[in-house]
Write a protein that binds this ligand. Structure first.
Ligand SMILES: Cc1cc2nc3c(=O)[nH]c(=O)nc-3n(C[C@H](O)[C@H](O)[C@H](O)COP(=O)(O)OP(=O)(O)OC[C@H]3O[C@@H](n4cnc5c(N)ncnc54)[C@H](O)[C@@H]3O)c2cc1C
Length: 427
C-alpha cells in the first residue's frame, strides 16, 4: 500500500479511534466503539447540520437503531412512517405496494422517511451521549501514515489551527468524498451504473392515504430512460428526484451561458412522468434543483493497517432501493465490532480490522443484482412475479434489507432468465 504521508507523530496516541465524518456510518461506528470504553474522537467538517440527500430508510435499519439505542427517539419523531415501496412502470401502471409487514408482522417492518439534517444530528447527539467526543467544523486534510500504517490525521480545527491528532485506528466515513480510497486509488466506478441525479423538495405534494401516506414511490418515465423517486417527508415536504444515465440526463441538453440548465432537464423528465407531475402540479418547489453524478463505485479494499472504510466511503450502489443509509449503518456496526475485537487482541492489522469485509460485500451483492434487473429494459417486477410468484418473499426481503439475515439468492437464477445480471464482485 502506498502511504499518503509519513510522519513522526507522537508514539502515545491521543485517541483510540478517530472517525472522519459525522454521517450515519461515522456516528454508528463511533457510538458502538465508545460504548466499549474506548476513547473516540469524531470530526465532522460541517459546522451545522445541513441538507443531504438520502432520506428513505429500509426496515432492516431497525436492528442497528436498536443497538444504538435510538428507536424510542425515532418512534417519537415526526418522520413519516414508511410501510411500503411501490413501483410504477413506464406506462404509468403501478405495482401492488410491497408492504414489508406482509413478510414479517414485527414492528421492525415499519420504517421512516427522514430529513437528513435532523436524522444525522439525532445520531450524532446519541454518539455524544454515549461518550464520543464530537467536533464540528473540523476538516481532515490528511490521514497520517507511518510505514504503511495509519497513525492519525492532520486536521484544520474549528479555530483555524492545523494539528496532527493520533489514534490507533482511523475510520474513514467521509461519504462520497471517500477520502482514503480516492487517495490510495483503490476506488472503482461501476461502469454499467454511471448515473446522475437531479433533485429538490416540494411543499404540499399529493400523498396517498392511510398507511400508503409515507410510501416511497419509484416511477419510470415514459421511455424508461430515467426514473423518479417520490419520498414524503416531515413539514408537508416531498423529496422528488430523477435518475438516469449520465449520457442520457446530462448530455446534449440545453445550457445557459455554457452551463447546463438542470431545472429545465428536471422539468422535461417530469413531462415524461405524469404520475409524479400530477402530484406536484400545485406544490411549491422549495429550492433550486441539485445535481449529483457518478455515485456508484466501490473500493477494492475495506481496511488496511490502522484504517477502516465504512458507508459510502467504501462504496455506494444506485439509490433505487434506498439501501445507502442501511449499508452505512450496517457497515458502521460491523466495523465497530471488528475494531472492538482489534482492541481486545491488540492487533490493528488490516486483516483484523477488515474481517467483516466478505460478509458485507456478499450482502451488497444481492442489492446490486436487483439494481441491474431494475435497469434492464426487459425486466419488470410485475411480469417477473407473475411468472415466479414464489420469488415474492425474496424480493420483499431484499427491499426490506434482510440480505444479511436471510438467504435471498434463490430469486436470481429465475431472474437471470429474464434479464442479464452481473457476476459477483468480491473484495
Ligand atoms: C441521488 C441519491 C439519492 C439517495 N437516496 C437515498 C435514499 O433514499 N435512501 C438511502 O438510504 N440512501 C440514499 N442515498 C444514499 C445515502 O445518501 C448515503 O448512502 C448515505 O448518506 C451514506 O452515509 P455515510 O455516513 O456513509 O456518508 P454521508 O452521510 O455522506 O456522511 C459523510 C460525512 O463526512 C463529512 N466529511 C466529508 N469529508 C470530510 C473531511 N475531510 N473531514 C471531516 N468531515 C468530512 C461530510 O460533511 C458528511 O457529513 C442516496 C444517494 C444519492 C446519490
Amino acid at each position: 500500500m502506498t502511504s499518503m504521508q509519513t510522519t513522526n507523530t507522537t508514539q502515545d496516541p491521543n485517541y483510540d479511534v478517530i472517525v472522519i465524518g459525522g454521517g450515519p456510518a461515522g456516528s454508528t461506528t463511533a457510538t458502538l466503539v465508545s460504548e466499549k470504553g474506548h476513547r473516540v474522537l469524531l470530526l465532522e467538517r460541517d459546522k451545522e447540520p445541513r441538507f443531504k440527500i438520502g432520506e428513505s430508510l429500509v426496515p432492516a435499519t431497525y436492528w442497528t437503531f436498536k443497538r444504538l439505542g435510538v428507536l424510542e427517539k425515532l418512534k417519537a419523531s415526526h418522520f413519516p412512517k414508511k410501510y411500503s415501496v411501490q413501483f410504477y412502470s413506464k406506462s404509468g401502471k403501478s405495482s401492488k405496494p410491497f408492504y414489508f409487514f406482509e413478510n414479517d408482522p414485527h414492528e421492525s417492518s415499519v420504517t421512516w422517511q427522514v430529513l437528513r439534517s435532523e436524522f444525522d444530528q439525532m445520531l450524532l447527539d446519541n454518539a455524544t451521549e454515549k461518550g464520543v467526543e464530537v467536533q464540528r467544523g473540523v476538516s481532515v486534510h490528511e490521514v497520517l501514515f507511518d510505514e504503511g500504517k495509519a497513525i492519525g490525521v492532520r486536521a484544520k480545527l474549528a479555530d483555524g489551527n492545523i494539528e496532527n491528532l493520533s489514534a490507533k485506528v482511523v475510520v474513514d466515513s467521509t461519504g462520497q468524498s471517500a477520502f482514503i480510497s480516492r487517495r490510495l486509488k483503490i476506488n472503482k466506478i461501476e461502469p454499467e451504473l454511471r448515473k446522475a441525479s437531479i433533485y429538490t423538495h416540494f411543499e404540499s405534494g399529493i400523498r396517498d392515504e392511510g398507511i400508503d401516506e409515507g410510501a416511497t414511490l419509484i416511477l419510470h418515465t415514459a421511455n424508461k430512460d430515467s426514473w423518479f423517486w417520490y419520498i414524503p417527508l416531515p413539514y408537508d415536504r416531498v423529496s422528488v428526484g430523477v435518475v438516469g444515465s449520465i449520457d442520457y440526463l446530462l448530455q446534449n441538453r440545453r445550457s445557459i451561458d455554457g452551463r447546463l440548465d438542470h431545472q429545465t432537464i428536471f422539468e422535461e423528465e417530469l413531462e415524461k412522468c405524469p404520475a409524479v407531475r400530477s402530484r406536484i402540479e400545485n406544490a411549491k418547489q422549495l429550492f433550486p434543483v441539485k445535481v449529483t453524478k457518478e455515485f456508484s463505485y466501490r473500493a477494492n479494499q475495506i481496511a488496511g493497517d490502522g484504517w477502516v472504510l465504512v458507508g459510502d466511503a467504501f462504496g455506494f450502489l444506485d439509490p433505487v432501493y434506498s439501501t445507502g443509509l442501511f449499508l452505512a449503518l450496517k457497515s458502521g456496526e460491523m466495523a465497530a465490532d471488528a475494531i472492538n475485537d482489534a482492541f481486545e487482541k491488540g492487533d490493528f492489522s488490516g486483516e483484523r480490522l477488515g474481517q467483516f469485509g466478505s460478509e458485507y460485500v456478499e450482502g451488497m451483492e444481492a442489492f446490486r443484482k436487483l439494481v441491474y434487473a431494475f435497469y434492464a429494459k426487459e425486466f419488470s417486477f410485475a411480469r417477473f412475479l407473475k411468472a415466479h410468484p414464489e420469488c415474492q418473499q425474496g424480493i420483499i426481503d431484499i427491499l426490506s434489507g434482510n440480505v444479511f439475515t436471510k438467504d435471498v439468492s434463490t430469486i436470481f437464477p429465475p431472474m437471470r432468465q429474464m434479464c442479464p445480471l452481473p457476476e459477483d464482485m468480491t473484495l
